[in-house]
Design a protein around this ligand. Structure first.
Ligand code: SAM
Length: 451
């Protein structure tokens, strides 16, 4: 692996940079594998317990694995029981836990959210009565984000596909904004050596300008005393400390120090925190948090166009499928969404303002006097206790996830959930002469066997 000479030169005086150790760790070929468990879908054991996972110090939910197993061939991965995520990025948790003071009612924006590592993490960290707007500007990436958020199983979330500038008018709306900025990506060279080809000093300058533009666009949407968490996977000061300095110069803000006494190897630098792969087990990463100290105007939260609500008759069709309590039922054509009732006003308001591609949880499709359940319902926390479930063994679960035909001896006919180790994977419909597999085609495992 040939680290660009320009990069090495530019890092010379960067805090914590040790050229020899940095080169050694890149040349070693060593890879770090880590995952973060989903507290909403607790398991008896940490995933891959036979490999002896070890805890990641800065995340209650994070674990290192000594080798990379086949996640694709683990049904619990598809059930959303964990997310495979780079370890340094999980430091977001410390910014959140140490700097967010409120213990309920937060409105959080994750501005650059795909594929969903930070968003799923934020959902696990949110205090009661809070919700997340998870945004991704690139449409194709927004779809991947949607799949991952659905898998994670929360309903207190909206997924949007907007440009940062579309948030400018939401003055003072959010309590926390996370900007995990698009960057030059040098922090991931060890994992993805091909990224070296795209690296250049010119690109750093472009990234830095773009980061400033994004931050200027979104800053008005943060409320007074609100928290901005800024991060990159770049080693370059132009995208890290210098962006922090720019924020402090441009806006009224204070930095929010994060106590790192328990995390040897993380380097404080310019009010932010640097992760060097030769000092911690993880990839290159930078994170800094800022508190807004300027007043913001008051936003009128009046909803112009309310979304259509489901009729009582329709709700009674859904009832056998779900835990109804605390939900509002919103209809878009025949599709019914479950929204947490306390957010009905906010979700409706945002629906008027942003390009929302998903919200709450899709319950299903009303077809005459019946409901066809949606895959999202199976992965959510909303499935009612009386819904039939059939437990699959490992082979059957993989066949289900490959969307193959299933031959199972099932007494009860009709729609039911299939589970693996008690975790719902999706739906089947048991007919008198066959079983229809409703695992979504676009999510199915394409390979026959693990590599
Ligand atoms: N937060 C994500 C996670 O933890 O999984 C990773 C985000 S990645 C570092 C940066 C994201 O910014 C990408 O998804 C990219 O599509 C998006 N992006 C690209 N250009 C952007 C722009 N001009 N404004 C906002 N986001 C942008």
């Amino acid at each position: 692996m040939q680290i660009p000479a320009d990069l090495l030169r530019s890092l010379k005086d960067t805090k914590g940079f040790n050229r020899e150790a940095f080169l050694r760790v890149h040349e070693s070929g060593e890879q770090v594998t880590s995952l973060r468990i989903n507290p909403l879908k607790p398991l008896k054991d940490v995933p891959f317990s036979s490999l002896h996972p070890t805890s990641i110090p800065w995340s209650e939910f994070g674990y290192y694995l000594p080798e990379r197993p086949s996640f694709t061939f683990d049904p619990l991965f598809h059930a959303g029981c964990y997310y495979v995520q780079e370890a340094s990025s999980m430091f977001l948790e410390q910014a959140f836990r140490q700097s967010v003071k409120e213990n309920s009612g937060l409105k959080v924006l994750d501005l650059s959210a795909a594929p969903g590592g930070k968003s799923t993490h934020i959902l696990s960290l949110l205090p009661a009565n809070s919700f997340l707007v998870s945004n991704e500007v690139i449409r194709s990436r927004a779809n991947i984000l949607k799949d991952n958020i659905i898998k994670w199983g929360h309903s207190n979330v909206m997924i949007t596909n907007n440009d940062p500038a579309d948030f400018t008018s939401l003055e003072g709306y959010f309590d926390v904004i996370v900007v995990d900025a698009p960057c030059s990506g040098s922090g991931l060279f060890r994992r993805d050596p091909d990224a070296i080809e795209e690296w250049s000093l010119q690109n750093i300058a472009l990234c830095s300008q773009r980061q400033q533009r994004i931050l200027a666009d979104v800053w008005p949407a943060l409320k007074e005393n609100g928290l901005l968490i800024y991060s990159t996977c770049s080693y370059s000061k132009e995208e890290d400390e210098q962006i922090g300095a720019w924020i402090m110069k441009q806006f009224s803000a204070t930095t929010c120090p994060i106590n790192i006494d328990k995390f040897p190897g993380i380097i404080e630098s310019g009010g932010g925190y640097r992760f060097w792969p030769d000092k911690i087990a993880g990839e290159g990463f930078y994170l800094a948090a800022f508190r807004k100290t300027e007043e913001t105007g008051a936003l009128d939260l009046k909803v112009k166009n309310w979304p259509e609500k489901a009729f009582n008759k329709e709700v009674s069709i859904l009832s056998p499928w779900i835990k109804k309590e605390g939900l509002a039922f919103i209809k878009k054509e025949n599709t019914v969404y479950g929204w947490p009732e306390p957010f009905r006003n906010d979700f409706s308001f945002l629906l008027n303002k942003l390009r929302v591609i998903y919200s709450g949880t899709i319950i299903g499709e009303l077809v005459r006097d019946k409901m066809v359940p949606d895959h999202a319902l199976a992965l959510s926390q909303l499935v009612g206790p009386d819904v039939l479930r059939y437990d699959l063994n490992y082979q059957q679960a993989i066949q289900y996830l490959q969307r193959k035909e299933l031959s199972l001896e099932i007494k009860d006919k009709g729609w039911q959930g299939v589970t693996y180790e008690e975790q719902l994977l999706g739906w089947i419909n048991v007919l008198p002469n066959r079983i229809n597999n409703y695992y979504p085609k676009e999510l199915r495992i394409l390979k026959d066997t693990p590599d």
